[in-house]
Ligand binder design. Structure first.
Ligand code: ATP
Ligand code: MG
Length: 431
């Protein structure tokens, strides 16, 4: 492994010329290499609270970072003592940052530069950063915030701040403001290296995908279910998805929409298998089998059974929907109870308390909104009653399901098994 602390590329802040000064502690045996000094510091969130599971969470997170960054050439992840550093050649920094912002388990991200272990190198880099910031954001003041985890470094953090601060002031004339600076240049002095950065980009938060089991998401082309899926990814769950289409009443565009939505979720959570269920015949039969007003609940109950079967195949231990209390007439607590009675798996509903405006806001942020509002419905309005039942009773649902069994000449389990057997499974890799 290359020793990042041994870089030697100092410049004289006054003249801008290269200096021949060497780092006393770690003499460099390599020439100046501007590119190899670029890195991104990753900050871990809740993973740090996980006690005995911490190493496992960190390994999972590291694997997720590695796989998300695999399309970028020349990128290397280093994980010293549970910290994470991504080294790169500088050619793709913003794309890398954007990618890292989609990895759950990271609270924030800082593009940084590694410098030699001496005050002059820090001053040069801090001056460069201040000069760049003055060109782009016109800050009116700055401060240096130094932190020294390697106490063997001869200066204290306040001393470092003071010395580097005066060098920057001398070179740029930018005033120092210790309380409300427009620009904060941070310096981290660790045993492995010295890093400077001037921004903290918000991370996705949550837990690394893969630490919390798997859910099978009932994914429609609407606004809600993709957001529900994203919230579960955020808590470290993996996803499989199942969608119900009713051709010819729903067109191919409806499935394209769901595929695009699934693709967007893979950006955040890695590969997802999407199971496409052709629901037309069963849906028609359900519409006939019970009171019309109960139709939506009957569809959902059958969807639950199908999803449960998919979940067993996928090794998932929960189902998930985008339902929310009171959002549409059919989403009452009584109906939700009647719906989940049809499955023995827990039904996760991350949006249960969300206002539609909150869901829309999140949908915009995660990149699903524009797809969700395309006009191709996942369900034909012909199938939807004008006045849906709001207090579904399980016994009446069960009666309707018995009628369905007679109409279809087979029991419900067989109907469900057939739907799953005939499903098209689309495997989507991480986008
Ligand atoms: P969404 O915006 O997710 O479609 P919604 O507010 O429109 O939700 P409904 O259409 O009543 O509510 O659906 C409730 C939930 O049932 C959805 O969030 C989804 O999880 C599931 N669901 C509904 N229709 C389908 C479908 N065609 N395929 C898969 N799941 C579906
Ligand atoms: Mg919907």
């Amino acid at each position: 492994m290359t020793d990042r602390t041994s870089r030697d590329r100092k410049q004289n802040p006054e003249t801008g010329e290269g200096s021949s000064l060497r780092d006393d502690h770690q003499p460099s045996n390599r020439g100046p290499d501007r590119q190899a000094d670029q890195l991104i510091l990753l900050r871990l969130g809740e993973v740090f609270l996980k006690g005995d599971n911490r190493p496992y969470f960190i390994r999972r997170l590291a694997r997720n970072v590695q796989s998300a960054l695999s399309p970028f050439p020349g990128v290397r992840l280093e994980t010293p003592h549970g910290r994470m550093l991504v080294w790169h050649d500088g050619s793709n920094q913003e794309a890398l940052v954007a990618r890292l912002q989609q990895i759950f388990g990271l609270t924030s991200i800082s593009p940084a530069v590694s410098v030699a272990r001496d005050i002059q190198a820090m001053s040069v880099q801090a001056t460069t950063m201040a000069t760049q910031a003055m060109e782009t954001n016109a800050p009116r003041s700055f401060r240096i915030s130094a932190h020294r985890s390697d106490k063997s470094f001869p200066l204290t953090s306040p001393e470092i701040g003071k010395q580097v601060g005066s060098a920057v002031f001398d070179a740029t004339g930018l005033p120092v403001d210790l309380t409300h600076p427009d620009l904060t240049i941070e310096i981290r002095i660790t045993r492995r290296g010295v890093y400077l950065f001037d921004r903290r980009v918000r991370g996705a938060g949550g837990l690394p995908v893969g630490v919390s089991g798997r859910a099978t998401l009932l994914l429609s082309g609407g606004i809600d279910s993709p957001v529900a899926g994203w919230l579960l990814l955020k808590r470290g769950m993996r996803l499989s998805a199942v969608t119900f289409i009713s051709p010819p009443y729903t067109g191919p565009e409806a499935l394209d929409k769901v595929t695009t939505l699934t693709n967007t979720l893979t950006e955040w959570g890695g590969p997802i298998r999407l199971h496409v269920i052709r629901f037309t015949d069963v849906q028609k039969a359900l519409r006939q089998a019970g009171p019309g007003d109960l139709a939506v609940v009957l569809y959902r109950r059958t969807m639950m059974r199908v999803a449960e079967k998919v979940a067993r195949r996928e090794g998932a231990n929960a189902l998930a929907t985008g339902e929310s209390i009171g959002q549409v007439a059919s989403q009452t607590v009584e109906n939700l109870a009647a719906i989940e009675q049809a499955t023995s798996l827990p039904v996760l509903r991350p949006l249960v308390t969300y206002d539609k405006t909150e869901t829309i806001e999140l949908a915009r942020r995660i990149g699903t909104y524009e797809t969700s509002i395309l006009p191709y419905d996942d369900m034909c309005s012909l199938f939807i009653p004008k006045h849906p039942e709001t207090k579904a009773r399980v016994d009446i649902c069960q009666q309707a399901e018995q009628t369905l069994e007679q109409d279809m000449g087979q029991d419900l389990q067989a109907t469900v098994a057939k739907l799953v057997d005939e499903a098209e499974v689309i495997s989507l890799p991480r986008k």
